[in-house]
Design a protein around this ligand. Structure first.
Ligand code: 13P
Length: 338
């Protein structure tokens, strides 16, 4: 795979007015989401739910790609069409979560490192054969008393760089995701400092590992107040801090940046993205790769009647995609809310 092809895929992922839907919850995570709304977490229900999302009418109007999980990339629609084929036929790029989740980092209480490098080369080649065009690896950085340590940051960014180099070798665009968690009572300035240190460490590691930035997408967390902070930053403050932080740490040759929603409400995730884009023009397209902020309203409605609410839940997915697609261009308005 040439760098030109990787770059073409990366640019398609962040095409104007389009973003990514993250439906790559591990079986453990989707079990929690299903349990919260009273759905049995059977393989068939997981398949039906992902079919609902991926067959949403006109999804590709505002969705360029979807991130799948290992089980999902092997699944088919009820008519027997592989999800990846359905997606490629509809102009939606298949992505795949390839990390194996965070585990406690030995010697660093309260901190974690993401596992999944063992056997990754073979897995990536298999995913590429199954139709994947990009991959995702999530690193998790906790903010708390005396953490994060620079050791935890650098360890996680080193792992991200090793993963990214292997992706490019296999012809997949690496989506590198260093998530600074919103958990905690820290203020927005602390989030800024930790996010900036994390991104600087990430891009130093990517450089050391010969990762071609032109064929890489950053999945970033926004600079926000901790969930339990008494003083919650306003929308404009989040937009300004997020953009300043990215400009100070992310090279301009990166084709694009997408945000995770990280536990923000649907409304906040969309409003923040819109406000960030209203501050443009920016060095890169800034779009979304939301999981919860794309799915939660639809999942709740579907759970009330799995057969009867199928189409209505899809209408919510389409509407969330449209809202976020407009926000990615700085053209969202509150009256568009579903
Ligand atoms: P959220 O938008 O729910 O944070 O999920 C995005 C994601 O893919 C996290 O890895």
């Amino acid at each position: 795979m040439s760098i030109d092809q990787l770059e073409e895929t990366a640019l398609a992922m962040v095409a104007a007015g389009k973003g990514i839907i993250a439906i790559d919850e591990s079986n453990n995570t989707i079990k929690k989401r299903f349990e919260a709304v009273g759905i049995d977490c059977t393989e068939e229900n997981r398949r039906r739910y992902r079919e609902l999302l991926l067959t949403t009418p006109n999804l590709s109007d505002h969705i360029s790609g979807a991130i799948l999980y290992d089980e999902t990339i092997r699944q088919k629609t009820r008519d027997g069409v592989l999800f990846t084929k359905l997606m490629l036929d509809r102009g939606i790029l298949p992505g795949i979560k390839v990390d194996k989740g965070p585990q406690p980092l030995a010697g660093f209480p309260g901190e974690v490192a993401t596992e999944g490098l063992d056997g990754l080369r073979e897995r990536l080649h298999e995913y590429a054969r199954l139709g994947a065009r990009f991959a995702k690896w999530r690193a998790v950085i906790h903010i708390g008393d005396d953490i994060p340590t620079s050791s935890a940051i650098d360890t996680n960014m080193h792992l991200l760089a090793r993963y990214a180099a292997l992706c490019q070798e296999a012809g997949l665009v690496p989506m590198v995701e260093p998530e600074v968690l919103m958990d905690g009572d820290h203020d927005i300035d602390t989030c800024y400092d930790v996010t900036e240190a994390t991104l600087r460490s990430l891009f130093a590691a990517l450089y050391e590992h010969n990762v071609m930035l032109e064929g890489t997408i950053l999945k970033a967390s926004m600079v926000v107040s901790g969930k339990d902070c008494a003083e919650q930053a306003e929308v404009d403050e989040v937009a300004d801090a997020t953009l300043r932080c990215l400009k100070s740490a992310v090279p301009a040759q990166l084709p694009g940046i997408v945000f995770l929603s990280g536990g923000q409400s649907d409304r906040a995730a969309t409003e923040h993205l819109d406000a960030i884009n209203r501050l443009g023009p920016n060095p890169w397209p800034l779009s979304f790769s939301y999981g919860r902020a794309m799915q939660s309203a639809a999942l709740k409605l579907w759970s009330a009647d799995l057969l009867g609410n199928f189409a209505a839940a899809q209408a919510i997915v389409a509407s969330r995609a449209r809202e976020n697609g407009l926000a990615a261009m700085g053209r969202w308005t509150a009256d568009l809310q579903a």
